[in-house]
Design a protein around this ligand. Structure first.
Ligand SMILES: [Zn+2]
Ligand SMILES: [Zn+2]
Length: 234
């Protein structure tokens, strides 16, 4: 990990031995072992001299800026998406440098509470929802940059990379905004489109239909040159 020195906002200074009581130092060591970085930052940042903020950081040959979106490796090895809010270096009384980033989490469909299976079927595995949850985490958990597109932009992409996601709603205080029933709907089933599923385009009404809902197999749909949906046929 290296943080570009020219981006430093305030000057680095080290805490003197007497500034952090022995008891607090012991508490910090415990918190670090438990990976409770939020509490470490809360204890150390009360003394502004022990904290340094940066706008950029370089980690594994990639430059990251505050405001960019990141892929983060969780403790369970799954990948999470978060916005980089702050880059902080803290100094404890033994002049150990403790680098952290503050992130704002985006959640995935598995983290949405109380949605029925019917709703979840309309949500993509690559869909993210901005939350109002923040955390301080280790720089070592950064995997790379994440790209978050609108639904329309995402829908236009032919070949998808692992780090490309899209967002059509936020999830603040456990509530979707806009609410699920206000999302754009497609097909005769009138459900929000999920780009993970197969659709067929009607040449007449210019709308998308689930293969399943219009009774077509993937092979059948593949052989159709110009599709006319059941609504337009009637
Ligand atoms: Zn449908
Ligand atoms: Zn049609």
């Amino acid at each position: 990990m290296s943080v570009s020195q020219e981006q430093k906002i305030s000057s680095t200074s080290t805490l003197k031995e007497e500034q952090i009581p022995q008891k607090q130092q012991c508490q910090i060591s415990n918190l670090l072992r438990r990976k409770d970085f939020k509490s470490v930052v809360r204890i150390l940042q009360t003394d502004k001299k022990s904290r340094t903020n940066y706008q950029k950081l370089k980690y594994e040959n990639q430059l990251y800026h505050v405001g960019q979106n990141l892929c983060i490796r969780g403790d369970n090895r799954s990948i999470y998406v978060a916005k980089l809010i702050k880059i902080v270096k803290l100094h404890d009384d033994q002049d150990n440098c403790l680098p952290f980033i503050k992130v704002q989490w985006f959640c995935r469909k598995t983290e949405l509470l109380g949605l029925s299976k019917d709703y979840l079927d309309c949500i993509s595995d690559n869909e993210v929802f901005k939350t109002n949850e923040f955390d301080y985490i280790e720089i070592e958990s950064i995997v790379g940059l994440a790209i978050i597109l609108s639904y329309e932009e995402y829908d236009q992409i032919e070949e998808l990379n692992d780090n490309v996601y899209f967002m059509r709603a936020t999830y603040i205080n456990d509530k979707l905004q806009p609410p699920f029933d206000q999302w754009n709907k497609v097909c005769i089933c009138k459900k929000p489109p999920n780009p993970d599923l197969k659709y067929i385009f009607c040449e007449m009404c210019q709308k998308w239909f689930h293969l399943k809902c219009v009774g077509l197999s993937y092979d059948q749909a593949d052989r159709i040159n110009k599709y006319i949906c059941p609504e337009c046929k009637n």
